[in-house]
Write a protein that binds this ligand. Structure first.
Ligand code: SF4
Length: 351
């Protein structure tokens, strides 16, 4: 078995052709790629905490935290460091390997930086991987976070460049790409994905995945969210996306970015167990665990545990992301081990 080549030159047409495959063919292909790069029965588990909630100056039309919409959300100031560390410890005890901290900011200010960098240091000292999402970063902020040891920075592109201005007007697509570039240059890993079901068309879903897959390095983590419609936001009445189209998006993301963790993110609360199992089959191998996802509900931790048991899925011990070369080497070793196991098994059969 040869590992799928890692490409950064996908055309829109090629991606549209993947989306257009018969469903079974697409899932079969995605599962094949998945098995070449990951243990198909392991799912990475992250926990997300809102460290500063609401009153965001941005106007993302899906977001209950935007100060532009009246969603009845209770605002909260930046949490105390001790509280964040206590939540991180509890998440670790429940099996999380990564702790993500999100603040509803356009960008952090100078006075916020010492707090957030200290949070990173203290959460990391618990043995957890750390991720933050704080809005746009300048070069110095990216360097400060990297120096504090932040492993991942989340900054979603949300949708295609073409559809972006229908969703957000307070910043541009290029602003997002610039922050992603700064995060990468500072040496942090990138978590970047989007939201499906915001009224976009299929070209927009392909366009988003093309943008992600054609970045100079694939994001190590690719959250694929299903819109959670929140009353009071401009998206509260948008038409539902066909769930199979969502599964297709996961499958295509898996094929385009074979080494990335594809995360089944927001919207899981509205998915039944069968739908989630289909997403895992299509190549999703990361979830958020815990009862709340920033400000929207998430399936209860116990239910997730039961689902994992029913599907024979194990939480991934620790998300070890290698460079593409290291990954290739690890994969060759894994395949060699697998081959030896088969040889041994065949020999045992004959004997
Ligand atoms: S998605 Fe983030 S940036 Fe946009 S309004 Fe919500 S908190 Fe602010």
């Amino acid at each position: 078995m040869t590992a799928t080549a890692i490409r950064h030159d996908w055309s829109l047409q090629e991606i549209n052709e993947l989306f257009a495959l018969p469903f079974n063919d697409l899932i079969f292909r995605a599962q094949g790629v998945h098995r070449q790069h990951f243990d198909p029965n392991e799912v990475q588990v992250s926990t997300l905490l809102s460290i500063k909630t609401g009153a965001c100056p941005e106007d993302c039309k899906y977001c209950p935290q935007s100060g532009h919409y009246n969603t009845g959300l209770e605002k909260e100031k930046l949490l105390e460091i001790e509280q964040v560390v206590a939540e991180a410890r509890a998440a670790r005890e429940k099996g999380a390997s990564r702790f993500c901290m999100g603040a509803a900011w356009r960008s952090p200010t100078k006075k916020d930086m010492p707090y957030v960098t200290e949070m990173v240091r203290q959460v990391k000292s618990l043995g957890l991987e750390t991720c933050m999402t704080l809005g746009m970063l300048n070069d110095d902020q990216a360097t400060e976070l990297a120096d504090a040891g932040l492993d991942y920075y989340n900054h979603n592109l949300d949708t295609s460049e073409k559809y972006y201005s229908h969703i957000i007007t307070t910043r541009t697509y290029q602003d997002r790409l610039d922050t992603l570039e700064r995060v990468r240059s500072a040496g942090m890993k990138v978590c970047c994905g989007g939201i499906m079901g915001m009224g976009e068309d299929s070209d927009d879903r392909s366009g988003l995945l093309m943008q992600l897959a054609n970045l100079p390095h694939h994001p190590e983590s690719v959250p694929i969210n299903m819109l959670v419609k929140v009353a009071g936001t401009p998206m509260e009445d948008v038409e539902d996306l066909d769930p199979f189209e969502f599964v297709r998006t996961i499958a295509v993301a898996r094929i385009l970015m074979p080494n990335s963790h594809v995360r089944l993110s927001a919207g899981r609360e509205d998915m039944n167990d069968q739908m989630q199992a289909l997403c895992f089959l299509a190549g999703a191998n990361s979830i958020f665990y815990g009862e709340k996802l920033l400000t929207t509900a998430n399936p209860e931790a116990d239910h997730d545990r039961q689902l994992f048991n029913r599907l024979g899925i194990r939480p991934e011990e620790r998300d070890v992301n290698h460079t593409e070369d290291e990954h290739e080497e690890a994969l060759v070793n894994a395949l060699e081990e697998e081959r030896n196991r088969h040889l041994f098994y065949d020999a045992a059969q004959i004997a």
